[in-house]
Ligand binder design. Structure first.
Ligand code: DOR
Length: 443
């Protein structure tokens, strides 16, 4: 008897562990059930994917969705809608909300808030703070927890682990990979006079300079070696850190962002002013080139957007009163596909950086590849589509993107989460039924 499925994607070109190939994909009960020529099989729903490319669902492992407490910038519904519209099937959300996510209750509250409102699957980071260290090993295993996040330098919010002794204690608690924002707090404070009282945003990378980032990354690795703890260095921005981290791949994984791969100083500050301001900063073309080399060499493990929305009113304040951060969850896929179209990376490498990479470094269960038994999460893209990114397309509550007006080749045309189509041709479909991401046991 012919096989039956809930859903078949027919005739697409899929990026699979066995290579990029024309294949049908049969899905049942939210999982991939069969690959290959499913000619005679029937299905309740079929998607004609001829001419389209099917990527394993893109997992954005660094977003700030601002709920609770800062919903005027974003909330879990608007942030995850932006993700689905941008071809992202799962997100890991950061703990610098109000209150910060530093307790089991605050984590459970986010999981509850996401139920019935999140368009994509999700997990939440616990923020490390001086007063919760002894609980981290227990809490990092709670349902919906992505792991522990550390801010070594002050950024948006009040989370901070500035000194080596406290950081060593954090690294000594628990088993999962610790995600770290590496900027050295002491050096940030010493250099703040450079911009205090007002300055052009071009000075942002001078204040938060290369040494600020490198020093923190070196301190982190030294302490991680002593603790024998695996760490993930978020949004790496400097040539010097890439070279250093290449020597520590046994312990450290590396994230870069689309904006650090796309923009460069000083032009971005001249063009965008405070809208180009983020932490760690966008730097000059030498660093951007080194990040691309890290992508090519395999030093970089993952691309995360660091989606960090602030309202136009907030961003319009004079630097440095303007907050750091820019939207990104919706533009990650189009921007990176455009870089694929320009020949800067392959589709396979893109899938590695946004699906297999996140699954590998965080120990995600059942996601990260197009393979039988895995969740039916797909980012369906049209590599021939030429579109322009605009503010009006951005679903994020703050309604702007630093990439307004940018023409790109390659565009997400459908987002499927566990076999349900949540976006097709720019429209959200069905209900917001995202679930907490599951993680492998004993990690
Ligand atoms: O630019 C940034 N914005 N960097 C961060 O580390 C935090 C983020 C935010 O939450 O606004």
């Amino acid at each position: 008897m012919a096989q039956t499925f809930d859903l078949i994607l027919r005739g697409g070109t899929a990026v699979t562990p066995a290579g990029t190939q024309r294949t049908d994909i049969g899905c049942r009960a939210g999982r991939i059930a069969a690959l290959g020529d499913l000619g005679t099989a029937s299905a309740a729903e079929a998607i004609d994917a001829h001419g389209l490319t099917i990527l394993p669902g893109v997992i954005d492992t660094q977003v700030h969705f601002r709920e609770p407490g800062l919903e005027h910038k974003e909330d879990l519904a608007t942030g995850t809608a932006a993700a689905a519209l941008g071809g992202v099937t799962a997100v890991f959300e950061m703990p610098n909300t109000k209150p910060s996510t530093t307790t089991a209750e605050a984590l459970a509250d986010k999981v509850t808030r996401a139920k019935g409102r999140a368009w994509v699957d999700h997990a939440f980071f616990l923020g490390a703070a001086a007063d919760n260290i002894e609980h981290l090993a227990e809490w990092e295993r709670l349902p919906g927890c992505a792991g522990v996040k550390v801010f070594m330098g002050s950024s948006t919010g009040s989370l901070l682990v500035a000194d080596d002794a406290t950081l060593a204690r954090v690294l000594g608690q628990g088993f999962r990979r610790v995600a770290v924002h590496c900027e050295d707090e002491e050096r940030l404070a010493q250099r703040k006079s450079l911009i205090e009282g007002g300055a052009h945003p071009r000075r942002h990378p001078e204040w938060r300079d290369v040494e600020t980032a490198l020093r923190a990354t070196q301190r982190l690795i030294r302490l991680a070696e002593a603790a024998r703890r695996r760490v993930h260095v978020l949004h790496v921005t400097t040539a010097e850190e890439i070279a250093f981290l290449a020597e520590h791949k046994d312990l450290a994984t590396v994230e870069v962002t689309p904006q650090h791969l796309t923009l460069a100083a000083p032009e971005c500050y001249d063009d965008l002013g405070t809208y180009a301001q983020m932490n760690p900063p966008i730097r000059d073309a030498r660093h951007r080139q080194a990040l691309w080399q890290g992508v090519a060499d395999g030093v970089v493990d993952v691309i995360g957007s660091d989606h960090a929305p602030h309202t136009r009113e907030e961003k319009g304040k004079p630097y440095p009163q303007s907050p750091s951060g820019m939207t990104g969850v919706q533009t990650l896929v189009p921007l990176m596909l455009d870089h694929v179209s320009s020949g800067l990376l392959s589709l396979e490498r893109f899938a590695d950086l946004t699906s297999a990479g996140p699954a590998r470094i965080y120990g995600i269960a059942g996601k990260g590849r197009i393979a039988v038994g895995y969740d039916a999460d797909f980012t369906v893209v049209d590599m021939r589509a030429e579109r322009v990114i605009t503010h009006s397309w951005i679903a994020s509550r703050c309604g702007w993107t630093p990439f307004d007006g940018r023409r790109v080749v390659g565009w997400p045309v459908a987002t499927l989460v566990r076999g349900r189509t949540v976006m097709r041709d720019g429209q959200l479909l069905g209900a917001a039924a995202g679930k907490p991401v599951r993680f492998q046991e004993n990690r």
